[in-house]
Design a protein around this ligand. Structure first.
Ligand SMILES: [Zn+2]
Length: 266
């Protein structure tokens, strides 16, 4: 599942390829992939002028006041091609541009979506998000306050997008490993220095992963169809032996795999 670094890599790829392009049509191949979130009829999609990211959401703004909100969920991919020649196998929607180039939305598992809003609309799914993991609002003071009195394991809270937006299973494992905190530790039992380390490691690991174009474990791809390389730098997720020599423990937490080293993490 794409997390913040993978989504940011997609955003960078989109910024390099589709800003300034005029949209001629948005075609839905699989029903339920694209939906318009306001009543009046769209007379034109306009030209793409800005592409940003909040958490795992991609926001594509056009000069006629529209905002395309894309979420890749489990297996969604945006693939840019100069021409609409070889459509991917799990094509769910496509955006056609005036110069015949095209952006494919390929999604094996079909959980991803493209929602079309007016730029002025409030978007409920985005309003409920906590601060983006790379924003200044995600600070150790903020996290310390949020975790106070919470009984849930720290891992579960870091996965909660209303606590911090952008993290998923892989990066939370890496962050907690480098911060030397056990994933199952109750949030309210964390020491202030541990919370500080979690935030500091988040701000270090995510940019490192972005530099390596994200992590490809199963099928994440950038807009040019290339894989990420940060899987080569993971220290705990999917590993068997810790760098300290200890075997890595794998458990399930809230139905998801958790990896930790009982020697390095307390
Ligand atoms: Zn270890």
């Amino acid at each position: 599942m794409p997390e913040l670094p993978e989504v940011q890599t997609v955003v960078k790829g989109l910024q390099a390829n589709i800003i300034g392009k005029k949209i001629t049509s948005i075609i839905e191949i699989r029903s339920g992939t694209v939906s318009q979130k306001f009543d009046s009829k769209i007379t034109g999609y306009g030209t793409i002028e800005k592409i940003t990211r909040i958490g795992k959401y991609i926001l594509i703004d056009t000069d006629v006041g529209l905002r395309l909100v894309v979420h890749l969920r489990m297996t969604g991919k945006l693939i840019f091609k100069q021409q609409d020649l070889h459509r991917p196998q799990h094509l769910r929607a496509l955006i056609e541009f005036y110069d015949n180039s095209v952006l494919y939305f390929d999604d094996t598992r079909t959980f991803g979506s493209i929602n079309i809003y007016r730029k002025t609309q409030k978007i409920p799914s985005i309003q409920m998000l906590g601060p983006d993991a790379l924003s200044n609002d995600f600070s150790s003071d903020y996290l310390w306050q949020v975790l106070e009195n919470r009984k849930a394991p720290i891992k579960n809270l870091l996965l909660d997008q209303s606590v911090v937006a952008g993290l998923g299973n892989i990066y939370v494992a890496e962050i907690l490993f480098r911060a030397q905190v056990l994933p199952q530790k109750k949030a309210r039992h964390l020491k202030q220095y541990e919370v500080k380390r979690i935030v500091a490691e988040t701000k270090k690991i995510l940019p490192e992963a972005i530099k390596h174009n994200g992590t490809t474990i199963s099928d994440y791809k950038n807009v040019d169809g290339k894989s990420g390389e940060f899987q080569n730098f993971l220290r705990i997720y999917g590993k068997q032996k810790c760098q300290c020599g200890e075997n890595i423990t794998k458990i399930k937490q809230a139905g998801r795999s958790t990896f930790y080293c009982s020697k390095c993490q307390k």
